[in-house]
Design a protein around this ligand. Structure first.
Ligand SMILES: [Fe+2]
Length: 290
């Protein structure tokens, strides 16, 4: 089920915007106005996720959540080995990659696939595509993932077992319009058999709104990059303020609706080469029984 049809006009608009932002960044970097290129700095951010009625088999299970690499002219292929090493060093039970692997073209698809092939976790490494993976030709991306034997979840799920407990790791393809997100979540989650733990990978965090109706315990998403620019942090009951809040319902961090948790990571790369009070990150989630 592919519901995406970005027009050529829209694609060329994005290409122009991308060219302007990367050239400006390169100019600023060479003059040392900006000292560090994205991809060179990221944090490992740990979170505890207390899930209601979580069976003991999953208490302490860890997930490394990677997203929004945007491999291209900003985060370049030579940045990938350090990112891969950092994720592997976490030693998580499961690795989830929630899309935007590429930035604007498939030029760096081979090194991106090569790097992702080196990720290792006992329960496996699972990927979904984001909107930027559609900017060039997503069919080529899917084929490359298939040839490399990577677990790309395209509106499907993988049944797994951990410490004797049954879990399902599901993933939706990039859906574009919110209406399509609802359709893809329904299409993907309805067939999941009864399990002890349901995890859904979705590039767009608004998948949460439908996932709550399908007993999903945890949604992992990216897409927002945390807004990349945060003016005021979320403290003392005050909402944070930044570019993310202006565009998305769930811009960064942790959200809970009914019994479904959502984690939105800031991601590692970015669609423009600036971060302010919103560091690039690899999230590590530890599930805990309440
Ligand atoms: Fe992104």
């Amino acid at each position: 089920m592919n519901l995406v049809a970005e027009s050529d006009h829209w694609k060329s608009h994005h290409r122009l915007r991308h060219r302007v932002s990367t050239r400006a960044f390169n100019w600023l970097s060479r003059r040392r106005v900006i000292r560090h290129r994205p991809g060179e700095q990221f944090r490992i951010k740990r979170h505890a996720v207390a899930i209601a009625d979580l069976p003991a088999a999953f208490d302490g299970m860890t997930i490394a959540h990677l997203s929004d690499l945007h491999v291209g002219n900003i985060l370049r292929p030579d940045h990938l080995p350090a990112i891969v090493d950092a994720v592997n060093e976490v030693g998580a039970d499961l690795i989830a990659n929630t899309g935007d692997i590429l930035d604007h073209s498939n030029r760096y698809l081979p090194p991106a696939v090569e790097a992702l092939s080196q990720l290792e976790a006992p329960l496996g490494v699972y990927h979904v595509l984001g909107n930027h993976d559609y900017r060039d030709d997503a069919r080529v991306v899917r084929d490359a993932f298939g040839e490399a034997g990577l677990n790309l979840l395209v509106n499907t799920h993988a049944p797994l077992r951990h410490n004797g407990g049954a879990l399902a790791v599901a993933g939706i393809d990039w859906a574009g319009h919110p209406v399509n997100i609802r359709r893809l979540v329904r299409h993907t989650c309805e067939p999941i058999e009864p399990v002890d733990l349901r995890i859904l990978l979705a590039h767009h965090p608004h998948a949460l709104d439908t996932a709550v109706s399908y007993d999903v315990d945890l949604v992992l998403a990216g897409h927002t990059h945390g807004g990349q620019v945060v003016i005021r942090k979320n403290r003392g009951g005050r909402e944070s303020l930044g570019l993310g809040n202006m565009r998305w319902r769930y811009p960064q961090g942790h959200y809970v609706r009914r019994r479904t948790h959502l984690h939105v990571t800031n991601g590692v790369g970015g669609s423009f080469p600036l971060r302010f009070r919103c560091p690039a990150e690899i999230s590590v989630l530890e599930l805990r029984a309440r």
